[in-house]
Design a protein around this ligand. Structure first.
Ligand code: GLA
Ligand code: GLA
Length: 691
């Protein structure tokens, strides 16, 4: 079936965007640099630059005194040269005069100490003054540039993050809570404040969590996380008002980050107010010989960011063309890795490859961060050639723009569940490992070359064949029912230990775990055993489990002690006082099935378990072949054609068999089938007609 292409930028010929963050304001004293940059951008097949994200002090040198001539010149020259712009609002860093005159714009930390001027992202999202000043500069930019032909989208601020605990934020937090709970009694109940005599008797007693104050009330911490995320989104909404008012056709977006290092935002909510999603990816390539897990964790992010807006392509907004300067070690990308990691993003749904940064600056903290143009100032460098060559490849992929990924498998990775699970003092305070557990499940599909969506718990799941929810500790209202109906209607659901434990306020479910999933899973979880790092448990699999399973596996870290209700056991524990108790179960409900994995299992368990699912449920692999370890295949589709990316993330030459004759090699437009060889880090770009 033909699918509608989703074009992110209206009225402009679809393409894969290629470009960079660019800071022409750093070079205003040397106009030659800008002239050279334009020529180099064209040579590198760059078609869009993100500019202005830290240019506030060059746009408004004194309060109310605006200078736009330099930016006019940049945009006009871009237009003449066929280069487009993601024009940024400058709120990510503010001028010194602003902090000096209005100290309330500076952030207050959890310890209630206000920051001094400096760095960036050092502002309060609530401060009326900051909001006013940001609205004003955004209005000026919008008035002047919202209809400029070079401007194709607004890059709103930069990597929103962090929190502020000033008095303005305390009042806003209390308002947020009043709105949510209406009465203090309801707040006291939801936070279970009778514990340790923490009951509030007046709203004014409620304040944000603090290291030297309240930090032990889980519902309080969770609501603070929600408030901070909501307040950031509210600030973003404030920022885009003048932009949309000036020209509602220009899309607005902001750039998100790697969620393994960064947990402040609920992206599922943020996605509702951006026209498209973008993110900044900085993998630590070559830190380890085996890069399979790292490659899969980046793929996971791409899949998650694509899934945020239901399969709409996203943009890779930043990546380094060579090294960063902030990781422990600034390792150069080995030959081949630039194209591989860039095309990996496109394979998973990105309609761009963008860099930080175009040209290395001369001073300050990012002067040694990788860039397309090095301090030497010309194009005769390895990095520039890599970028130029990739630009040429991206031009051949313009048909891919706007296509999506057709996934029949979804993994639930939920931000609020994550906040709650990581705050709970529970079965294993030395590592409950929600994030890496989700990635372990994901890895099995990456290895097999099966497309996966990564979704939050409230997304509609009715179109998937298989939905996996590792450690769904918190279950929000309605979610248990949605999963039950999905299974009854024929879907397959997989859950694990430490699921169905608390409600949306982190209050523990009464009457037996896994709460609202109990009927679906057909089990009761009575106790959970935490294991020390050097302890293991054996899992013995029955012959009914399926041909992909081995007889035994090793479990570690967490073992759930469950009772069968309507489910049957496919495996049992082999040791300790719970030997013989079920370790893996399946429950038939309506026309579907629900599996429960009771323990955290090592090594090949997930691979075998999911290969069994893939074969039982007839889930399509991107290529119907066994991929060598470290090689994956991903595909995008418009319903008429599939665009297939085969990627070798190893330093070895790999061989695989392309089983049917339907493929065309995009780079040379020739048919391709049978045994093929992939060199180290090679990507093959193929196309096939949809059957
Ligand atoms: C101490 C405290 C108790 C309780 C336990 C938990 O003994 O007195 O209130 O917190 O620790 O182990
Ligand atoms: C982030 C920021 C950029 C730059 C890069 C460096 O992604 O958005 O401004 O600092 O990191 O890697």
């Amino acid at each position: 079936m033909e699918k509608k292409r989703m074009q992110l930028i209206p009225n402009i010929k679809p393409r894969i965007w290629h470009g960079s963050d660019y800071f022409p304001e750093q070079w205003l004293s040397d106009p030659d640099i800008f002239r050279q940059d334009i020529e180099l951008m064209k040579k590198a097949h760059c078609n869009v630059m993100s500019i202005g994200m830290f240019a506030w002090s060059q746009l408004e040198r004194e309060e109310g005194v605006f200078t736009f001539e330099w930016l006019d010149h940049v945009l006009d020259e871009f237009e003449k040269n066929g280069i487009y712009t993601f024009l940024a609002t400058p709120s990510g860093a503010r001028p010194a005069w602003l902090s000096q005159k209005y100290p309330e714009v500076l952030r207050v930390n959890a310890n209630r100490v206000r920051n001094l001027h400096g760095a960036r992202h050092n502002h309060c999202f609530t401060s009326p003054v900051y909001r006013e000043k940001v609205a004003q500069i955004n209005e000026k930019l919008a008035e002047r540039y919202a209809k400029h032909p070079a401007v194709i989208a607004w890059h709103v601020s930069n990597e929103y993050g962090g929190e502020c605990h000033c008095d303005h934020c305390q009042s806003a937090f209390r308002e947020w809570l009043k709105n949510k709970y209406q009465t203090l009694d309801q707040l006291n109940h939801a936070w279970w404040t009778t514990f340790w005599s923490h009951t509030y008797t007046d709203w004014s007693q409620v304040e944000s969590p603090a290291p030297h104050g309240e930090s032990a009330v889980h519902g309080h911490n969770l609501d603070w996380r929600r408030f901070v995320s909501d307040q950031t989104i509210d600030f973003y909404k404030h920022e885009i008002k003048p932009l949309k008012a000036a020209n509602s056709d220009i899309p607005v977006f902001t750039n998100f980050m790697n969620v393994l290092g960064y947990t402040d935002l609920n992206h599922a909510k943020f996605a509702e107010v951006v026209d498209f999603v973008s993110w900044d990816s900085y993998p630590t390539w070559h830190a380890q010989t085996d890069e399979r897990e790292l490659a899969a964790s980046i793929a996971f992010h791409h899949d998650m960011y694509r899934s945020l807006k239901n399969g709409q392509p996203f943009l890779l907004m930043e990546s380094t063309p060579s090294t960063t300067n902030w990781q422990g070690v600034s390792k150069l990308k080995r030959p081949g890795m630039h194209a591989l990691s860039s095309l990996q993003a496109v394979a998973h749904g990105s309609d761009s490859v963008q860099y930080f940064q175009w040209r290395k600056s001369r001073g300050s903290s990012e002067k040694f961060h990788g860039a397309v143009v090095d301090h030497v100032g010309h194009e005769n460098t390895r990095v520039f050639r890599d970028v130029e060559q990739l630009g040429d490849t991206l031009e051949k992929l313009s048909d891919v723009a706007g296509t999506t990924v057709d996934a029949k498998v979804a993994i639930i990775f939920d931000t609020e569940n994550r906040w709650a699970i990581n705050d709970a003092q529970g079965p294993r305070n030395i590592g409950v490992k929600y994030e890496s557990t989700v990635l372990d499940h994901y890895q099995a599909f990456w290895d097999a070359g099966v497309s996966v969506d990564i979704i939050d718990m409230e997304k509609d799941i009715s179109n998937y064949k298989l939905v996996i929810a590792p450690m769904l500790y918190m279950i929000k209202p309605g979610v248990g029912k949605q999963i039950e109906q999905f299974v009854e209607a024929g879907g397959t659901f997989v859950a694990t230990y430490w699921s169905g434990i608390v409600d949306e306020n982190d209050l523990v479910v009464q009457g037996g775990f896994p709460g609202s999933l109990r009927k679906t899973l057909g089990i009761w979880s009575e106790e959970i055993d935490g294991l020390y790092d050097d302890q293991t448990q054996t899992i013995k699999v029955t012959s009914e489990a399926g041909k992909h399973f081995s007889d035994t596996y090793t479990a570690h870290e967490i073992c759930d002690l469950i009772h069968l209700e309507t489910a049957e056991a496919l495996a049992s524990y082999g040791e300790d006082f719970y030997a013989g108790r079920p370790a893996l179960t399946v429950n038939q409900l309506g026309s579907g099935r629900a599996y429960y994995i009771a323990s955290r299992n090592q090594g090949p368990f997930h691979k075998d378990f999911y290969n069994q699912m893939i074969s039982d449920l007839e889930i399509d692999k991107v290529i119907d072949t066994d991929l060598p370890i470290g090689v994956t295949a991903q595909a995008r589709t418009d319903g008429k054609h599939d665009y297939v990316f085969i990627m070798n993330f190893t330093t070895d030459t790999q061989n695989l068999n392309i089983p049917n004759k339907a493929f065309i090699d995009i780079e040379n437009n020739a048919p391709l089938s049978g045994d093929i060889e992939l060199s180290p880090y090679e990507v093959r770009l193929l196309k096939r007609k949809v059957k």
